[in-house]
Write a protein that binds this ligand. Sequence first.
Ligand code: SAH
Length: 569
Amino acid sequence: MENVKIFIENRKGNPEVEFKLEEILKGCKLSFFDNIDRESGVRGIYPEKDNVAVLSVGQLDLVVRDASSLPYSLPNGIELYALLNKEGAPVGKNDELKKYWAVLGKSGLKDIAVKFSGYDERAKWGKVVLAGFGPGDPSLLTRKAEFNLYKADQIFYDDLTNHEYLDKFCGQKIYVGKRKGRHKFDQELINNMLYQAALEGKWVVRLKGGDPLIFGRGAEEYHFLARRFITSEIIPGVTSAFAAAADAVIPFTERSMASSVAFLSGHDLSKLKIPQADTLVFYMGASMQQDLAMRIVDEGWHKNTPVAIVHNASSKDRKIYRGSLRELITEGSGLPSPAIIIVGKTAAAYHHQSNKWLYTGVSVNDWEAEENMVHNPLIRINAFTPKKHVFSNLNKYNRIVFTSRHAVIHFFKELFAAGKDARDLSGIVVDCIGSHTAGALKNYGLVVKPLTGEESASAMARYYSDNNVSGVRILIPGSERGNQFLADTLKKAGNWVEQQTLYAIEKNTAIVKQDLSKFSGVVFTSPKTVEVFYDVYGHIPAHLQIKCRGSQTAQKLNELSLKSVKIGA
Ligand code: SAH
């Protein structure tokens, strides 16, 4: 380049800049400008417009200005060719860039670059490599990260990094772990430590757990440095979610089950938005796992959705929990931080592969989210027309006792048919059994806490006698014969009881007989499902696992199979 048009900010006050440029660009014809308007004929560019922009439209070749006032990032097509020392510049830690003149020009001016290379102060600086350490197992480190660790003068590491592994590297190790609650201060301190090390010419490796850019604030560190013209580079790492997936053999995007996966932070539930995705993967959620699970259910996820939690993924002492949202809510996993929480059908894929369950109830509501549940109802519900007076004169009852979900559904069906609604129940105590019945009541606007945890008529009868319920007018809507024991107990205690049959549970007339050898388990939802199962299949093959709802169902199983059965959720 023979003729070089150079704009110098504050040219008059800094004559030494011109001399310096003449020395650097020896052999070129230089024209200097300090007032673009007057001398270059270019209008209104400085100070109203950023003079860096001038370069991009080609009126000047180089712009020299105070390095601390440059925009970040530089406009496309503009390159910083050098930072030149200012004479007598102020020395202060926070305004490091005030010490330099920045020389900017259009990108790609090779001969200019060569001429400035020997004068650029940046040549004395080091480099910061932000490298992902991976989830903990050092053998998951990339070769590129390891190469940089060997090369490093200083290695900054924090809590999630396996620090014994670092012993083999010669560089100075500096711990910059963050204690909870001091994030802001610490992050700024870390940024400045990296910056100072680079200014001193050191090759710096900043190790970040997992991948530097996944919930890692790696980008903040990168931009802090890049804004100050420190060369920095990001090396990706294996994020802990991927290690957790590998440990628990959970394919986030298992074909036919999930085509999307979302990575979320479980750190602050008030900020949590759950996107539409098939698999949810939570970082930083271990300390609030139960609240988190409740929140996911509140957002419409089924309680039976599988959950897996992997603590210390990739390490020898890793632990894996598997359950459902329901189980996590009621029992917790017992696994502390650090842990990855995976929610979605694929979280159980490992368990249930070729693992079909036969569901014998009418509705799949309860276990439907479980993988491989095959719905094959053995029973059907036959609705009964109720006695007229029940719904025309509800006032005569003090109490209504619901003993099943179907009782609720059929009761309200008849209530609506009689031209009434939930308001006509005002003043009447409403009791229910178990969470399924309570759930059904909620659909009709009645929030009722189940009287007993155990879902059985005998537990309910026990409750009433323990609480001396007597002299009350009670309506028990429900199935044919279903509530006889409860009704008899209440009557004996001095209550007036009316049973209203609203439906009968009957054998399904259209059962498709299954090859049970292809199933690993069966779900019974009522005594009748057990009865019909024996009717259709003769016995329960030994290889089948059993889940059943309600103590009466378990009792029926015990009667028919002489097997001891554990009551499921
Ligand atoms: N950048 C990191 C995440 C940092 S956030 C990454 O890509 O993995 C910190 C969270 O990461 C922890 O709360 C935990 O949820 C998760 N985590 C980190 N290491 C883990 C490990 N070995 N096992 C399980 N979870 C881990």
